[in-house]
Write a protein that binds this ligand. Structure first.
Ligand code: F0G
Length: 465
């Protein structure tokens, strides 16, 4: 018998209470946090959709694995388990453990990047770009254009642009092509195997290093299995293994599909490159058999990398994200469609067309979600990526998005129903919402610490000021 109700494929053994704050309390919390939800304390949040990174709930098997953690400095048994688990997935011989994804990025891109070199990606994540630029190299994004894309794989890389860039820059000046699966900064959209194969062939023909940023590789495999007919009969894990055969290296923030709260690694095929990276690893992360990880973390990650491919888990995972996205879409919320794997992205400029871009419609939506329902999300728009011109006028980001990222195995359907109900209220009050002005900011990554004040909203004036 087939049931239409898809349940969370787990039982809850340990719970973390949520403080059910009132709107009045949240208005004060928001004011105290200078209207920046990064500055809230987590117990002021009812549903935390800030990120899916490091926020997963671990399984009983992972927790029991932690008790076996071998904390030896060199040659810990936990390391050999982790190394095997990563080799079985990536097929790559050289594995370097790191404390999180950006450490692996810094080691690899710091080794192969320098002034005059170019990195090309479907979309560089912000830490990836920062590490590349820190090395002196440049980072160019070439996401597929929507009009040329397969509707299920909007995370693909633009193959024609890749060929063109190789001609312009010269293959010898391209340090690496980085394929990010799924494409987080590009709306969490998946990448097709077809696209990955084309890119791999081009890179091989020009002797260019192809790196996978695979922090959401299991979620990407779900879309490949269901939307690329050649892969219908494959297991999710075999799809991921095949994807890895196309690349020369693999960088992973294990805080996503590794199902752990901290961890990362770098896997490589080339011994010379691995040796150069190991030097940096030892200087900055730790010895080669633990990197930045404790033995117990390595045990949990070795198990997480297997659990994440379980069909019941992955089905529940993608169905939950789609459930949230489709219900919001039905309410008329301008959701980016199709919904990606780990998050629902909302176009805040479309939701609040009356708020000018230099009054940050995305930040306004983030503030409203918190005020109305205690739901925390993140702006991925002009607060995060905006720059100023010489006159101090804002050059807005390409898009004003708000990301609702779902932690893995943490929230149930009723939590998501609550978020949907919050949006019912937000849609009714849409035209009353006003934007924000930034009163304090840092030069880099200002979104983490900026202070805001709300602009003359009647609602805000009555209740806050
Ligand atoms: N690559 C991608 C595609 C990511 O999404 C992230 C992190 C990283 C690299 C860096 O990994 O955080 O372990 O150092 N993304 C988080 C997010 C922060 O919220 O999307 P890290």
């Amino acid at each position: 018998m087939k049931f239409k109700t898809i349940i969370e494929p787990f039982k809850i053994k340990m719970v973390e209470p949520i403080l059910m704050s009132t709107e009045e309390m949240r208005i004060q919390f928001l004011k105290d946090a200078h209207y920046n939800t990064f500055l809230l304390s987590s117990d002021q949040v009812i549903i935390d959709l800030l990120t899916d990174s490091g926020t997963s709930a671990m399984s009983n098997t992972q927790w029991s694995g932690m008790m076996l953690g071998d904390e030896s400095y060199a040659g810990a048994s936990s390391w050999f388990k982790l190394e095997k688990s990563i080799r079985d997935l990536t097929g790559m011989p050289y594995i370097l453990p790191t404390h999180q994804g950006r450490a692996a990025e810094r080691i690899l891109y710091g080794t192969i990047g320098r002034k005059g070199k170019t990195f090309i990606s479907n979309t560089h994540f912000d830490t990836t770009r920062a590490n590349i630029e820190f090395s002196g190299a440049e980072a160019i994004d070439i996401p597929v254009k929507i009009e040329n894309s397969n509707e299920h794989f909007r995370g693909d890389m633009d193959v024609d642009q890749l060929k063109e860039l190789i001609k312009i820059k010269g293959a010898e000046n391209i340090a690496a092509v980085i394929l990010t699966v799924t494409n987080n900064s590009g709306g969490g959209q998946p990448v097709s195997m077809k696209n990955a194969k084309e890119i791999s062939e081009i890179c091989k023909a020009h002797h260019i290093l192809l790196i996978l940023d695979g922090c959401r590789i299991a979620e990407n495999s779900y879309f490949v299995k269901h939307y690329e007919s050649a892969y219908h009969d494959y297991s999710y894990r075999d799809i991921a293994i095949e994807l890895c055969t196309l690349a020369d290296g693999f960088v992973m923030s294990a805080k996503k599909d590794g199902m752990v709260n901290m961890g990362g690694f770098l896997a490589l095929r080339n011994q010379e490159l691995a040796d150069a990276c190991k030097n940096l690893l030892i200087i900055t992360e730790g010895f080669t058999t633990y990197g930045g990880l404790s033995g117990r973390d390595m045990e949990a990650l070795a198990i997480g990398l297997v659990e994440v491919f379980h069909p019941d888990y992955l089905h529940y995972r993608i169905v939950s994200t789609t459930y949230l996205g489709e219900h919001l879409h039905k309410l008329g919320v301008p959701v980016i469609l199709p919904v990606g794997g780990h998050a629902v992205y909302i176009d805040a400029a479309k939701m609040y067309p009356h708020i000018p871009l230099d009054e940050y419609p995305g930040q306004a939506l983030v503030g409203e979600m918190y005020r109305v329902g205690g739901v925390r999300s993140v702006e991925v728009g002009s607060v995060m990526f905006g720059k100023y011109d010489e006159q101090g006028k804002l050059i807005p980001a390409a898009r004003e998005l708000v990301r609702l990222a779902l932690p893995r195995r943490v929230y149930t359907q009723s939590h998501l129903d609550y978020v949907i109900e919050v949006f019912e209220h937000l849609m009714k009050e849409k035209s009353n919402v006003r934007g924000y002005k930034i009163t304090k900011e840092t030069k880099f990554l200002r979104h983490f610490t900026a202070h805001f004040i709300p602009l003359q909203s009647e609602l805000v004036e009555q209740k806050v000021i």
